[in-house]
Design a protein around this ligand. Structure first.
Ligand SMILES: *Cc1c(COP(=O)(O)O)cnc(C)c1O
Length: 470
């Protein structure tokens, strides 16, 4: 027998993520879900399995894997050993029962919500959202006949409750929003969702499970852009949907009909059985994998899964440094005479400060808004004078990043909408990296001087950053 024939069939996927709950976060981020010897060759690191499909042993094995009777791999659009290893790890880190990785954060949000919503249903979402999510809901979902309302004051449970409809099938919010660094009251909003018999889906991208595990506070589904802090190095796009336990996907509505008929009614794909029948509390996750993601097709490349997994192994170390530096810089910037306002939940001036103390004891993340007194001309000079901060629209990278939201990410919003989102002409968004904080402070100090000189000299660029010029 040659080494190549040691294992002719792929390892079966564990039905559930490996539980290493007895270990601390940093231990889990390097060990959870890992096979000790994934190929039989002594590998210690999950290898990159770049195989589109997986060979069946015989005809009955093929039929068993297709029917779901056997957990072996079939085709990488559904599952792959490399992406499966990442799924087990992320499920463990978020405290979920199952995870599904997909090609981007947008794909994760789309998959999670299309698993819950159909034409005629209503989605209730916080107003403080990543622009890609807002557009997806308001424009793309609208074309599928899915209606959406946005809650302006997401800190007020009554504001959520007032916008509920009999057709509401999901609530959606970000645990930590950008650029204002607002903290969600997960317990309160989960309470509203459960009162209406529907799940709360939380985008936990900016907090990461190191700072907050929304499932432990009552959320039912967590989504991430893995392109940000989870990957951490700006090298891969990815997304993940993590599903918690205990929601009860077979629940009925007031009229006694299944609230989620796509999960509780017989499915042709399952030979007439239902997802809830066959999979119990894993029904929604299994349906999202086999019926939503496998059909719409937003696959995560195994190579990208490997890169995200590499990033995840140092998540706690990076997050601790990100948060420490961001809090130090936020406090210093807030006292600087050229700065009108800093939005970071670590600051006592933040409307989210008390919620941050309750939900984010390890730090408030590293994405913050800094509004310069000199308005758009000052913001422009400031950004162009920075040397360590890269000028780009990304966040959660080991490198510090800066962008001017009013003229880029939020350029197509009305001025009133921008103001409500905390995006003023003089606002810049910082994503504080893991460089030495003294170096970042020196870079910011120099850029603030440049911004002040620009505005003191009656710079004629007033308003020049409005309207889309980057
Ligand atoms: C970036 C981001 C997304 C979208 O993720 P992609 O990986 O870029 O598709 C979604 N939500 C939040 C909060 C983000 O920051």
């Amino acid at each position: 027998m040659t080494a190549q024939t040691v294992r002719t069939t792929p390892l079966p996927r564990p039905a559930r993520p490996a539980r290493t709950a007895r270990h601390g976060f940093s231990t889990q981020q390097v060990h959870a879900g890992a096979d000790v010897d994934p190929t039989g060759h002594g590998d210690r690191v999950a290898p990159v399995h770049v195989s589109a499909g997986f060979r069946f042993e015989d005809a009955s094995d093929a039929a068993a894997r297709f029917s779901g009777e056997d957990d072996g791999f079939v085709y990488s659009r559904i599952a792959n050993p490399t992406t499966a290893a990442l799924e087990r790890r992320l499920a463990a880190l978020e405290g979920g029962v199952e995870a599904l990785v997909v090609g981007s954060g947008q794909a994760a949000i789309t998959t999670a919500l299309l698993g819950l919503l159909q034409s005629g249903d209503h989605l209730l979402a916080s107003d403080h959202l990543y622009e890609g999510s807002r557009g997806l809901f308001a424009e793309n979902f609208a074309r599928f006949g899915i209606e959406v309302d946005f809650v302006h004051d997401h800190a007020d449970p009554g504001a959520w409750r007032r916008l509920l409809r009999p057709t509401t099938r999901a609530l959606f919010a970000e645990s930590l929003s950008n650029p204002r660094n607002e903290v969600l009251d997960v317990v309160a909003v989960a309470g509203v969702a459960h009162g209406a018999g529907v799940p709360l889906v939380v985008d936990n991208t900016l907090a990461t499970p190191y700072l907050l595990r929304p499932l432990e506070h009552g959320a039912d589904v967590v989504v991430h852009s893995a392109s940000k802090f989870l990957s951490g190095h700006g090298t891969a796009l990815g997304g993940v949907v993590v599903v918690g336990s205990g929601f009860g996907w077979d629940r009925l509505d007031d009229a006694g009909a299944p609230r989620f008929p796509q999960l509780a009614e017989p499915s042709a794909m399952l030979g007439g059985r239902s997802w809830t029948d066959l999979h119990g509390e894993r029904a929604y996750a299994q349906h999202a994998r086999h019926h939503v993601a496998a059909r719409f097709g937003p696959v995560l490349s195994p190579f990208s899964a490997f890169l995200v997994q590499q990033g995840v192994e140092t998540l706690s170390l990076r997050m601790a440094q990100h948060c420490r530096s961001a809090a130090l810089l936020a406090g210093w910037l807030e006292r600087h005479p050229g700065v009108a306002r800093v939005d970071h939940a670590s600051l006592a001036s933040s409307p989210s400060h008390l919620r941050a103390r309750r939900y984010l004891p390890r730090g408030s993340g590293s994405v913050l808004a800094v509004t310069l007194r000199g308005g758009a001309p000052a913001a422009r000079r400031f950004i162009e004078a920075l040397q360590l901060f890269s000028h780009m629209t990304h966040l959660g990278d080991v490198r510090s990043l800066v962008v001017h939201p009013a003229s880029t990410t939020h350029a197509h919003r009305t001025e009133a909408e921008r103001e409500r989102a905390g995006v003023h002409p003089g606002t810049v968004r910082l994503s504080v990296g893991i460089e030495d904080v003294e170096d970042l402070q020196a870079d910011l100090r120099r850029a603030l001087v440049a911004a002040e000189l620009a505005t003191a000299h009656g710079d004629s660029l007033e308003g020049s950053l409005e309207g889309g010029a980057a």
